[in-house]
Design a protein around this ligand. Structure first.
Ligand SMILES: [Fe+2]
Length: 232
């Protein structure tokens, strides 16, 4: 996790939050996530400042090098822009640990909600996954698919045990700063929110398309099962 302090000026944060306020009534997705032209517009606004563009150039170059080393080719996917607004009515959106499908995640907090235990802070597992393949990706995705459907209390217990075994770090996010990590190898989730609305702009870069490969494997397995059922 790399933290770039004082990258986003206060006037842009105010401008972005006012734009979200204006859209808020028309936009209330159940999971608080919104991949949209609006999120992209906010990113473009941030790119008008040299602090943001220089940070972005630096982290993208590092991520491209990592990607080329790991996958033996240059990344080619477009960035994915996500706006995430979470409040106390969305406890089911917390403790959903996951790996991102992209190798570079840039988290830009827009608005936080106090400093108590339930402020939606980001939690990252300290031990990153080292090896990954279509098969291991499939196995972990299958487990997380099941885990995400457990009741919240049970998910918290599972993660608490994992915290004892492997350790998690709480990242107290501050608007103005930018938080950068490799979400492809770092398991992470958010805490729940007890009051107010926590807002973040997230930009994902460089998708190795392992999820597509995983879907292909699943489709082939399904075809194999169908063939076996037909023959026997
Ligand atoms: Fe993520």
């Amino acid at each position: 996790m790399s933290v770039f302090e004082h990258v986003v000026p206060l006037n842009l944060l105010v401008q972005i939050n006012e734009a979200i306020n204006a859209e808020r009534e028309a936009w209330r997705p159940r999971d608080g996530r919104h991949a949209s032209a609006l999120a992209r517009q906010f990113a473009e606004l941030l790119r008008t400042t040299s602090a943001f563009t220089s940070m972005e150039t630096q982290v993208r170059a590092a991520a491209r090098r990592w990607y080329s080393r790991k996958f033996g080719q240059e990344p080619h996917s477009d960035p994915l822009y996500v706006l995430r607004c979470v409040n106390r009515d969305m406890p089911f959106q917390s403790y959903l640990r996951h790996f991102d499908s992209h190798v570079l995640t840039v988290l830009i907090p827009l608005q936080t909600v106090g400093t108590d235990g339930k402020n939606g802070d980001l939690m990252v597992r300290l031990k990153q996954r080292q090896g990954f393949s279509v098969l291991s990706h499939l196995v972990i995705k299958s487990w997380l698919f099941v885990e995400h459907r457990l009741p919240l209390a049970l998910r918290r217990i599972v993660i608490a045990f994992d915290d004892i075994l492997r350790g998690y770090e709480r990242i107290p996010c501050t608007p103005g700063n930018v938080y950068v990590f490799n979400g492809f190898i770092t398991l992470h989730h958010n805490l729940d929110v007890s009051a107010g609305e926590r807002r973040s702009l997230i930009i994902h870069y460089y998708d190795p398309e392992l999820a597509n490969a995983t879907r292909t494997v699943l489709r082939k397995l399904q075809a194999l099962f169908d063939w076996a059922n037909y023959r026997f």
